[in-house]
Design a protein around this ligand. Structure first.
Ligand code: FE2
Length: 323
């Protein structure tokens, strides 16, 4: 079965094609700006590039449109205008090609493409991206949220801090480079409540510290603190659930320092760390295609009228019958 998936919850428009065996193609095009994401501009970007991204994805996979058996799309959570563009494109493709449609949860798709490509069996997942920062694990029919940010996602925090430094969006790579040059750790707020954590106080204090300290030292201190928070909460979730695998995914998973900290924690616990290849960690269409295929193969069916976007769709609202 060939599944074509369309991702577009935030700044990335992606089209991926998968079969039961492997990822056949995964093409993305991201909206960039100097001032964070403007939802309507991001949606315009998605509408402008979706045709060419789809064409590239089909040719990379060596598939003709009429060989596609299933259309899958990111139904939520995400930015309303972006989700509506993707949903409209998915519905029209499904009707035109006369193939079934499945709308999937973006966060669950991150976990499942991670399990599919790394062969992790039953991991605690640390999902770190711009809009989302969650610690997820399977328990009794759902991916439960064991911990999450109480305010902004770790990537959004990085981007806001990056703007203070005059770095364009998205700025994860440059923040990581700057952070690696810091030498002095400055005391910053460390806010963790059980397995939930918060970044806004940390961000505000870091911006204040820029007045009297080097950019390198403040960035280093900010990122060390933020990564420590999520790694501590992940370890607590692993201990609580008695799981011995950690899956690190999301756009921020490309951080070398975060991988290093997760790896140290896993070694100390005698656990295994799994990190999918970067194009499958970031927002992408292949994960949506795979999630649709997984749900369709396990009996899920949707009518066009069921494909209404869900901007605030929580991970633990999805009934999981495929694990
Ligand atoms: Fe994501």
């Amino acid at each position: 079965m060939i599944s074509l998936g369309i991702e577009g919850t935030a700044h990335t428009l992606g089209v991926g094609i998968v079969s039961e065996e492997c990822v056949l193609s995964n093409v993305t095009d991201s909206y960039c700006s100097d001032g964070g994401i403007h939802p309507r501009e991001a949606a315009d970007h998605h509408a402008n590039v979706i045709g060419s991204v789809m064409g590239k994805s089909l040719s990379e996979a060596g598939i003709k449109k009429d060989e596609v058996d299933l259309i899958s799309f990111s139904m939520g959570p995400g930015l309303g205008p972006c989700l509506r563009i993707v949903a409209s494109a998915a519905r029209s493709l499904s009707i035109n090609l006369n193939v079934p449609i499945i709308g999937v949860n973006h966060c669950v798709a991150h976990v499942e493409i991670g399990r599919f490509t790394t062969r992790a069996k039953d991991p605690v997942t640390l999902y770190v991206s711009g809009g989302n920062t969650q610690i997820l694990a399977y328990a009794e029919g759902k991916y439960r949220v064991f911990g999450e940010t109480l305010d902004v996602g770790i990537g959004n925090m990085q981007d806001t801090f990056g703007r203070e430094l005059g770095i364009g969006f998205p700025c994860g790579k440059q923040i990581d480079d700057l952070s690696s040059k810091g030498r002095n750790y400055l005391q910053l707020p460390y806010t963790i409540k059980g397995m939930d954590f918060s970044f806004s106080g940390l961000l505000t204090e870091s911006i204040k510290k820029l007045k009297t300290n080097s950019q390198e030292d403040v960035t280093f201190s900010l990122m060390e603190t933020a990564y420590s928070l999520v790694v501590e909460a992940s370890e607590r979730a692993m201990s609580h659930t008695e799981k011995n695998e950690l899956l690190l995914t999301g756009g921020v998973a490309s951080s070398k320092r975060l991988k290093e900290m997760c790896s140290t924690m896993c070694v100390e616990r005698d656990a295994t760390l799994f990190v999918p290849p970067p194009p499958l960690c970031r927002d992408n269409g292949a994960m949506i295609a795979y999630q649709g295929l997984l749900e369709y193969s396990n009996g899920k069916r949707m009518e066009i009228e069921d494909t209404i976007i869900k901007q605030k769709w929580r991970t633990d609202e999805v009934e999981v019958n495929w694990v």
